[in-house]
Design a protein. Structure first.
Lengths: 439, 479
């Protein structure tokens, strides 16, 4: 067993302990109707973690040992809170976790060679754009203002937009790494630099077009936000220039202004952001979330003592609220730190990765986690307008959980091939700032 | 590329730092303000189906109680008198929070208050359900009188004891049945609540406490107080018909032709141009000063014990002293108006109005007793006595003759506002040694003319005053 797997196993046991403790404390609280019937589901979740751990031992023995325990902890806390809100959600949560674990195993086993993704780049790009854009066209009709459109398949409904984002990350990574190699060659003087080469703007125009379509034609600001953040960060890492960044930001601001000025849905969302009291239909959830968070205070009400029944969307869009209310500011900060740690590990992997494609892909996935989680929590604390973004791994949102698990598999796959940076502990992510210089 | 990766890392570090900071503001730094926010119904929703004490009237009728029922929840909050106490006792609902005493006294009723929870040292170790009981100062018989008198009207009525500030009756119509909101049938509750909250007549609104109306010519009694304090008590206003305070502004006109005279004749003829003249003579500063002392401006609005304060009252009176003197632009709640006249009736001492007289523990021991809460001596005794004199004269020979009652000397005022389409009537009875103050507000009653409107609202105030005074248990000189 490699060192990484030992770290992973230790931390997994810790995550399991925290999960069981949270469920137990919640079950003791008299307001919560938890029965013994949730125990099989709890054990089931741990069994899924064990399976994942064994699969990693077998198929990616030297991959990073921090990534999976962090996500497992978030998932475990999410599970504890879902069943605390409604014990009948246990089988739903377990079914999605099972599906997500299967997706993880498939991705881990199937994508042994990531260079293959680079070769089928055009198809990946088209597929990603389709996944991202199609649902809004298919599922047109009455939809809730603050939720992304879903494709309804009877028993379950799927929102493939986040999967689309992930596929697009792969495409961006392939495209930008190829684009970057020309850039480097230019820089090294191996090719004649083309002054005013318009191809420099192609990624920019692509990213702007994609985001604008989501903003203006699908009026889905939250999805557009995540897509844009991912794109802009990946582009900056690959080939960013400060002047181009300014141009890009101006263009996006223009699209947002057009949407905010002319589209009724976007207008009402912005209105509810600025003054939730005057727009109770959309604003009530964010008002209640601030009341609930304030009720939790520094140390929280304890699992089961909060007001999750009163909080609309507590299982999905506002999943952060019951957690931070019942575990307090300390617990909420711990959740934030977990995401920060996840991003830190991801970015560190990006630094260490073997190829430029791996670097950009790893950073894209890290930013996917970070951006999605940040925007979801930012909407809860009224930093952003009400969004339709769920908290990765915590919220009961099957499509997102599956997507995140595939992303995690990709990240682990990259870490498997990354050469080890000499590091005494391998426990904490070390973002190498200046020490390594610009490689 | 590593450097650029670091840029991205630093940006996300900053972004998450903002989140930490914002979360800290909400959960720690600003948490108290959010917890006490008037619209925050989280606490009360949490205790919806927990044991809860009863609310009683001063004469022992149970207004709200929690009974055992079969079913998942096991307990149901009931309001035996239905809509009669909908605005005083309020309601508690699983999803729509609560209102009234159910909300403001939640800590006592639900047993969250430590005094209720810990009766003896053993209670520290046993998680027993202790709840408190609330005893109101509201009397069942007086509440019934206000309901009967206000039947069929939209508006509010407040009966208050001027010497203690105890609210004896508080009615606001339209009303609602709180039983519908406390039900366990959440679908039905939601549809009822939606219907109530979208009703244009706003049955959920406690008009007596939370709705401000133009005070109109009722304000002239404050102008009179300022005039007396400025030694203008004997000032005689020359007879005039109209006053135009500013070039091109709207004139203040008296409908019945020219009028004038001393304070008494101004009041009994409701001579607005005369009051405007006096107001200019007194000056805006003095008027503002007196109304602030009486709690009409620049302070938090008068509310019952523990009620959410809401927004600040009018910052100052109309900038033109002439308009200010006739109450132009000043709004007040019926409770505030009752409080204003109670202050005059009580010799100028403002008493904090309250609806809760006692909090008892589950076994009947008195835990907290209301004690007199004098806010300040707003007017001197002499000024208040002179004002009572004016009000008495107003009922004997002035515009408030409709308020007179056989056998009891009464003071009072009647005012109508056609712009706001509402009318006021206030009585102090007996005016010589006041026992009660009654304030009535009628809203948009499609009055045909001012006379009818005044007669209508005065009739209601008179009926309430008369009936309360005649209650066998209503002893003169205390309650």
């Amino acid at each position: 067993m490699t060192r990484q797997r030992i770290v992973e196993l230790t931390l997994l046991l810790l995550a399991a302990f925290i999960t069981v403790a949270t469920v137990t404390v919640a079950a003791v609280n008299e307001r919560v109707a938890l029965s013994w019937a949730v125990i099989p589901y709890l054990l089931g979740l741990m069994a899924l973690w064990a399976v994942t751990h064994l699969a990693l031992r077998r198929w990616a023995p030297s991959s990073n040992g921090l990534l999976f325990p962090i996500t497992a902890l978030l998932q475990g806390v999410g599970f504890a809170f879902m069943i605390r809100i409604d014990p009948e959600l246990a089988d739903n949560h377990f079914a999605w976790s099972l599906a997500a674990t299967c997706a993880f195993l498939l991705a881990l086993r199937g994508l042994r060679d990531l260079t293959w993704l680079q070769k089928v780049r055009p198809y990946v790009g088209v597929g990603g754009a389709l996944l991202l854009l199609a649902p809004a066209s298919i599922a047109r009709g009455p939809r809730q203002l603050d939720a992304s459109p879903v494709i309804d398949l009877g028993a379950i409904s799927i929102a493939p937009q986040q999967l689309g984002n992930l596929v697009l990350i792969t495409f961006f990574a392939a495209w930008l790494s190829q684009y970057r190699s020309r850039n480097t060659a230019e820089h090294l003087g191996q090719v004649q630099p083309l002054e005013g080469d318009p191809s420099r703007f192609l990624p920019l125009i692509g990213g702007w077009l994609l985001t604008s379509v989501i903003i203006i034609f699908h009026s889905d600001m939250s999805l557009a936000f995540v897509t844009f953040v991912i794109f802009v960060s990946m582009w900056w890492i690959a080939a960013g220039r400060i002047r181009d960044l300014a141009i890009l930001l101006t263009a996006i601001a223009g699209s947002v202004a057009v949407a905010a000025g002319s589209i009724a849905e976007t207008k009402s969302i912005f209105a509810a952001w600025i003054d939730p009291w005057a727009n109770l239909e959309l604003g009530e959830a964010s008002i209640r979330s601030s009341f609930a968070l304030a009720g939790g205070g520094l140390t929280g009400t304890g699992p089961g003592g909060g007001s999750a029944d009163w909080m609309p969307g507590a299982t999905d869009l506002f999943a952060f609220v019951p957690v931070a209310e019942e575990l307090g500011f300390i617990g909420g900060a711990a959740i934030l730190l977990s995401y920060l740690l996840l991003v830190g590990v991801g970015l560190r992997l990006a630094v260490a990765a073997r190829t430029e494609f791996d670097t950009i892909l790893a950073s894209g996935i890290a930013i996917f986690f970070a951006g999605q989680a940040w925007a979801s929590i930012a909407a809860v604390v009224r930093f952003l307008p009400p969004t339709g973004l769920s908290l990765p791994f915590v919220a009961l949102n099957g499509s997102l959980l599956i997507t995140c698990n595939i992303a995690l598999a990709l990240l682990l796959r990259i870490s498997e091939t990354a050469p080890n940076i000499s590091d005494r502990t391998q426990l904490l992510p070390q973002i190498t700032l200046q020490s390594q210089g610009d490689q | 590329m590593t450097r650029r990766l670091a840029h991205v890392g630093v940006v996300f570090l900053l972004l998450y730092g903002f989140l930490f900071f914002r979360l800290e503001i909400i959960q720690v730094l600003n948490a108290d303000a959010l917890r006490n926010h008037p619209q925050n119904n989280r606490e009360i929703t949490l205790v919806f189906d927990e044991p809860r004490g009863v609310i009683r009237t001063a004469d022992g009728e149970i207004v709200a109680q929690t009974v055992a029922v079969s079913g998942r929840q096991g307990r149901l909050r009931q309001y035996p008198y239905g809509p009669l106490y909908s605005h005083v006792a309020g309601f508690i609902s699983a999803e729509n929070g609560g209102a009234g005493l159910e909300r403001t006294q939640n800590d006592f009723l639900g047993g969250e208050d430590l005094g209720v929870r810990l009766q003896d040292s053993r209670d520290l170790f046993i998680d027993r359900s202790r709840t408190g009981q609330i005893e109101m100062s509201i009397r069942h018989d007086i509440q019934l009188i206000t309901r009967a008198a206000m039947a069929g009207h939209v508006g509010a009525a407040v009966v208050i004891n001027p010497t203690t500030g105890s609210v004896l009756g508080l009615w606001s119509s339209p009303q609602f049945d709180p039983n519908h909101l406390s039900s366990h049938d959440l679908m039905a509750v939601t549809s009822d609540y939606t219907a109530l909250s979208s009703d244009p007549n706003q049955p959920l609104l406690n008009r007596a406490e939370f709705q401000s109306y133009d005070i109109g010519s009722l304000f002239t009694i404050v102008t009179a107080a300022a005039a007396i304090e400025e030694d203008l008590g004997d000032f005689v206003v020359p007879s005039i018909e109209r006053v135009t305070p500013l070039e091109g502004s709207q004139a203040i006109v008296h409908d019945g032709g020219a009028c004038g005279g001393d304070l008494e004749s101004l009041l009994i003829t409701n001579c607005s141009p005369g009051w405007a003249t006096i107001g200019t003579k007194i000056g805006g500063g003095k008027l503002n000063d007196v109304s602030q002392r009486l709690g009409l401006t620049r302070t938090s609005p008068v509310r019952l014990d523990g009620s959410p304060k809401g927004t600040l009252e009018t910052e100052s009176l109309n900038s033109s002293a002439s308009y200010a003197a006739v109450g132009e632009g000043l709004k007040a709640t019926p409770l505030q108006v009752a409080h204003l006249f109670a202050t005059i009736a009580n010799g100028g001492a403002r008493m904090q109005p309250h609806a809760v007289s006692r909090v008892r523990t589950y076994d009947g021991k008195v835990l907290e007793e209301f004690t007199l809460n004098p806010l300040r001596q707003s007017l001197s005794k002499e000024t208040a006595a002179e004002l009572r004199q004016l009000l008495a004269e107003n009922v004997v020979s002035g515009t408030a003759q409709n308020l007179s009652i056989n056998g009891t000397p009464v003071g009072g005022m009647v005012a109508t506002q056609f712009l706001g389409k509402h009318g006021w009537a206030v009585t102090i009875a007996p005016v010589t040694l006041p026992d009660l103050v009654v304030a009535v507000l009628l809203e948009d009653d499609s009055f045909s003319d001012q006379q009818v409107a005044e007669a209508n609202v005065a009739a209601i105030a008179r009926r309430i005053t008369e009936a309360v005074l005649r209650l066998p248990s209503f002893k003169v000189g205390g309650s």
